[in-house]
Design a protein around this ligand. Sequence first.
Ligand code: ACO
Length: 322
Amino acid sequence: IRSVVLGCGSYLPERVLTNAELATRIDTSDDWIVQRTGISERHIAADDEFTSHLAIKAAQAALAHAQVDAQSIDLIVVATSTPDNTFPATAVAVQHGLGINHGVAFDLQAVCSGFVFALATADNFLRAGTHKRALVIGAETFSRILDWNDRGTCVLFGDGAGAVVLEAQQQSGTTSDRGVLTTHLRSDGRHKAKLFVDGGPGSTRTVGYLRMEGREVFKHAVGMITDVIVDAFNATGFTAEDITWFIPHQANKRIIDASAHKLHIAPQKVVLTVDKHGNTSAASIPLALSVAVKDGRVKKGDLVLFEAMGGGFTWGSALVRW
Ligand code: ACO
């Protein structure tokens, strides 16, 4: 059994916040942000727009693209670090919003690696044969946990959501199959204080703000990313040459460029949306994927490589035949 992607979709809040507008509020500039990160603008959720609202819209777009009915979904995994509430899971709000009251819905928290972790989790459920059709969603409203006075972090992130529909299908079991071919996940809590939110029930009992040692994150990112991609290559026998599209987590153009360069992945194979979306954490990969599917780049049979690294640290890769 393979988990075949039937469709994908995304949603971005209407409001666009440009670097120029940020520069009117804090001591920064369009030049600095573009040069260090590749980011030009990001979308920001409205006051009454929560992560579940973004997730529901992305899920509806994915269901429409897949041409399947919401009632056929029996598994919903929402990757988010910005849930509507501490509990219940944002996934049950999504389930309810889609009018589904059967099956199972739960959240998964691996910060920026969330979508790859959720994809791997859903893939394991489907391959185990316990579930048939899954919605895997990455949805975030990081604007709610940013310290808007900290120029070192607030310029980096944006809000959004993306989703894919996966279906368990009988396949040959070779790497020419469609669907998720291999996933590799890692974490190492020694790094947990380098990127964290300084709130929560175990600390200030408030929601808190994102704190980051940017240089430390940067230092580890490329090595970790390339390690899990090499794992994916070793597991399948594929090389950088065989990859049709590289769709990395969109944190920073410099990290993406350095990773692709180290892996010998040609620049024209890299899907980049960080300029328009900023870092949307768990939402960034399905958002980028949706852009590349919609504009006709990603086509049936293409070999698509996903990769992410984030707080924890967590990191992972997934190789999917579209
Ligand atoms: N505008 C202008 N100046 C700034 C800004 C800003 N927005 N932010 C920081 N600076 C200043 C600093 O105050 C510092 O000034 P100083 O030299 O007078 O003290 C100077 O710029 C250099 O600061 P550094 O933090 O050393 O800058 P660096 O080159 O490391 O760039 C950045 C910072 C962009 C955050 C970089 O470290 C980075 O991209 N790190 C990776 C972090 C990341 O992408 N995290 C996302 C989450 S994890 C993930 O998704 C992989």
